[in-house]
Design a protein around this ligand. Structure first.
Ligand code: ADP
Ligand code: MG
Length: 579
């Protein structure tokens, strides 16, 4: 392919481009974060491939990113000497969207037509628009690249105005790696400034472990009474800290730096609720920097979603979605694990079997649970700020339902997870009742923690099954999350007290019933015997048993499930699923 080729963007790309250029106006500067992060990814990829083939470094072992601008030409150029792109890779990676998550995202965006441009902007920002964010500030982007290991003549120039199509042609490019040249729009000329660019790099890209270089500026006196001005010199200087944030001592990192780092890796626009940064020593050595987001991503419910923890080995990036580092029910956690022990060429398969990885996962899981316990503790801490007090409730509203999956998934931590659960109840409209709160309020003689599951909280609250509990002032936990039914199967007791569904079986209110009530119930059972026999006969294919009950106050009858049977809600769910 030596002549120019014009190709069309995949439909989804065109859609994404339209969204990007129309809804990210309020947060234009993120384009630089995205392009620098791509440059850094490209260097990571080179380093990784070079583990097997050192020749890929050619004569340039020092990996770096350069940011340069040209006021006359109105261009801003981000250059890296990373892995580069072959022609086919340029066509594939810059013209189509390979990631299934992106499609899902776009589907959702068009399904929610009504969201405002700002909301869309936030959503896209969260998603991470990547390369195409360049079109927020540029009306044309040219990419020139040569893949490491290919001959100089096999370079590629890709160019597009960000509408329906792009052009590719072969070029000769002696330097390995990629230059992204942004032809800035008229309203984006303020990015042609060293000061402005440095401040954005400082904000978003300080922690990037590669040096980011810019030309030094120098003051030049004006001639013939003209005012002086800053001019660019030929000398380059490093403008970021260029050390991985997590490898620095905690005391040298400000909360803002942690938050900016979080925003960088998560694409979230809200600061995280909590983070933990630790060097773990012992038989397995690693550094963990883990964040609890304040906001759930749109695809939280996708259990196949990529995990949010990046794996590094001795500062070298290894992989993005190392699912073996976190259990699935903690898939909302973002962060970095940097291992000192794993081999650099570790593969996914190896990760799954590695004892070190198991130790890391267990350690990180415990760390996350401690962070959550700390947030939960703050809720009740008189000396905590209002903001801190509200954090656990925010966490629970976003991620509570996911955390419940852990009851089934992580038996080893079941007790700790049980302590973190929160529910609405007959005494609390808000989902804020912990099992410990419940226990502290239990009536004298009450032997179980009672709960009811239903399709909605309102349905749970209005269930006739609750009549007797209301009458006796016994609290019942209300559950309506889809996972509740399943998750509660794994939690039979809390701190020595059994959990009991009020829709299951003939239960014994025991000492909560006074003598007169017991007597009345027995008498009733006796008196209704003939009626029961008739009912049983009439319902014989549909009900296993018909009993007189003391659980109702106003309603004449209700359905219950035999002990150990499926509860009503689960039965309904299975029926819906066609089982
Ligand atoms: P992401 O970075 O999440 O993969 P982007 O939209 O940012 O998505 O980039 C799309 C793809 O384009 C990247 O996955 C990569 O293959 C390619 N790419 C972008 N920038 C570069 C670069 N500087 N060097 C090499 N490849 C790049
Ligand atoms: Mg990217």
């Amino acid at each position: 392919m030596s002549q120019k080729q014009t190709l069309s963007f995949q439909a989804e790309v065109a859609q994404l481009l339209h969204l990007v250029t129309h809804s990210l106006y309020s947060n234009k500067e993120i384009f630089l974060r995205e392009l620098v992060s791509n440059a850094s990814d490209a260097c990571d990829k080179l380093r990784y491939e070079a583990l097997e083939n050192n020749a890929l470094y050619e004569d340039q072992p020092q990996l770096e990113v350069r940011v340069a601008f040209d006021k006359q030409a109105r261009t801003l150029t981000i250059t890296d000497n990373g892995i580069g792109l072959s022609q086919q890779e340029a066509i594939d990676n810059l013209g189509t969207i390979a990631k299934s998550g992106t499609r899902e995202f776009l589907g959702r965006m068009s399904a929610e037509q009504k969201t405002s441009a700002t909301e869309q902007g936030q959503l896209i920002g969260q998603f991470g628009v990547g390369f195409y964010s360049g079109f927020i500030v540029a009306d044309r982007i040219t990419v020139e690249s040569r893949r490491a290991g290919l001959a100089p003549e096999l370079g590629v120039r890709w160019t597009s105005g960000g509408t329906g199509d792009f052009e590719v042609e072969q070029i000769t490019r002696p330097e390995r790696g990629t230059s992204v040249i942004l032809h800035l729009r008229e309203d984006a000329v303020d990015y042609l400034s060293t000061w402005k660019l440095k401040s954005i790099i400082g904000k978003y890209s300080d922690h990037i472990s590669l040096p980011i270089l810019m030309r030094k500026e120098e003051w030049k006196e004006g001639e013939n009474n003209q005012p002086g001005e800053m001019v660019l010199t030929e000398e380059w200087e490093t403008v970021n800290q260029a050390s991985a944030l997590w490898s620095r001592p905690k005391k040298d990192i400000t909360p803002e730096q942690y938050q900016d780092f979080y925003k960088q890796i998560s694409h979230d626009w809200e600061p995280p609720l909590a983070w933990a940064h630790n060097r773990v020593e012992g038989s397995t050595e690693y550094t963990q920097l883990l964040f609890i987001p304040a906001k759930a991503p749109f695809d939280l419910w996708n259990r196949d979603k990529k995990a949010g923890v990046k794996l590094y080995v001795k500062r070298v990036f290894i992989m993005d979605d190392a699912e073996s580092l976190m259990p699935v029910y903690l898939r909302f956690v973002k962060g970095v694990i940097d291992s000192a022990d794993l081999p650099l060429n570790v593969s996914r398969e190896l990760l799954q079997e590695s004892r070190d990885v198991r130790a890391i996962r267990e350690g990180s899981t415990r760390r996350v649970l401690s962070m959550l316990e700390e947030l939960a503790r703050l809720e009740k801490d008189e000396s905590a700020s209002e903001e801190d007090k509200g954090k656990y409730a925010r966490f629970w509203a976003e991620f509570g339902a996911v955390l419940k999956e852990g009851l089934g998934e992580d038996t080893g931590n079941r007790d700790r997870l049980a302590g973190l659960l929160r529910f609405a109840s007959t005494q609390s409209d808000l989902p804020s009742v912990s099992l410990a709160d419940y226990k502290a309020r239990m009536k004298e003689g009450q032997k179980a923690i009672y709960y009811i599951t239903a399709e909605t909280l309102a349905a749970a609250r209005n269930s006739p099954q609750l009549e007797v509990f209301r009458k006796k002032g016994i609290e019942v936990l209300l559950m309506a999350d889809r996972v509740d039914e399943w998750a509660l199967n794994f939690l039979t007791e809390f701190d020595g007290t059994p959990l009991q569904s009020v829709t299951k079986g003939a239960f014994d209110l025991g000492e909560l019933q006074d003598e007169a009530e017991k007597k009345a119930a027995e008498d009733a059972a006796e008196a209704f015997k003939p009626v029961l026999a008739k009912l049983k006969e009439a319902l014989k294919d549909r009900a296993e048993d018909v009993r007189v009950t003391s659980r109702l106050v106003d309603s004449p009858a209700c359905l219950v499930v035999t002990d150990g049977g499926m509860s009503l809600q689960l039965a309904r769910m299975l029926k819906q699923a066609g089982q």
